[in-house]
Write a new protein. Sequence first.
Length: 318
Amino acid sequence: MAKKKNDGKDKSDGKGKDKNDGREKVKLEPDDLRLAEGTAAENLDTDKNDETTAIYIKKSQIKYELELKKLQIELMKLQNSMKSSGMRVMAIFEGRDAAGKGGTIKRITANLNPRSARVVALMKPNETESTQWYFQRYVAYLPSAGELVLFDRSWYNRAMVEPVMGFCSDEQNKRFLKDVPLFEEMLVKDGIKLFKFYFSVSKEVQKARFDSRKEDPLKQYKLSPVDNLAQEYWHQYSVRKFQMLSETNRTISPWTIIRSDDKKKARLNCMKHILSHLPYEGKLPAEELETDSDIVVSGIDELKHMEDNLMNPEQLHG
């Protein structure tokens, strides 16, 4: 049970003003209150006294916060180790809109030194970039020694979003799918540790998250004109996903699918996957970094799932 400080005294005059300074009191309904992530776990051992108020938190939330903190400490160990070893790490986050990519990236970088942990989220190409080699604008953001770079969407825009929305030609899409395995092979052979994550969300959960964005003022910055089209073009995106996995899931640069209907489980398992595949000092035992097979799926297994359900699209994961 977490505690929240409270002076225990009602200083209101009954008319919505504070007796001491005449300021209007803002009365919040329970639904308006939201504890910052980590608050419940931090206050587990707070003693009951006149300065605290009891707030009941789900045990699952406390468990999540404690696990998240443990993994974030591991990421800090990894970053310190990378600084001394010069290891270069890069992670690509792809998936449908509202699949939880940004939230996972936020938790990964929350306690890392931003000087060597960068998030890359590029806008659409400008007039000059549109005339360049497709991969050219991404090359400048590749990691240097000791750096962790996380791409919130990447060159794989040309595999899904661009062809579905008509932002590239069929020829450009086909050329990309042939070129990208060679490009990634060069990165890996040059020593970059490359992770490719595809966050898979169901159509129903995606719609619920879109609706939440409309209702929550703190989430409205995430709204985009293509949100409704993501639902309308659901099956077109599924076809492009299958094509992308078929052409670009390689032994040297495999895809890892993250089932993200439960965003908290998705975040934790994505972090565990990264940590379990990299060497660093003071690493936790392997069993503590083991991922949930219901959440983390290999690209090969996802392709098999899609092949088995081609005639039953409603059975396909997002």
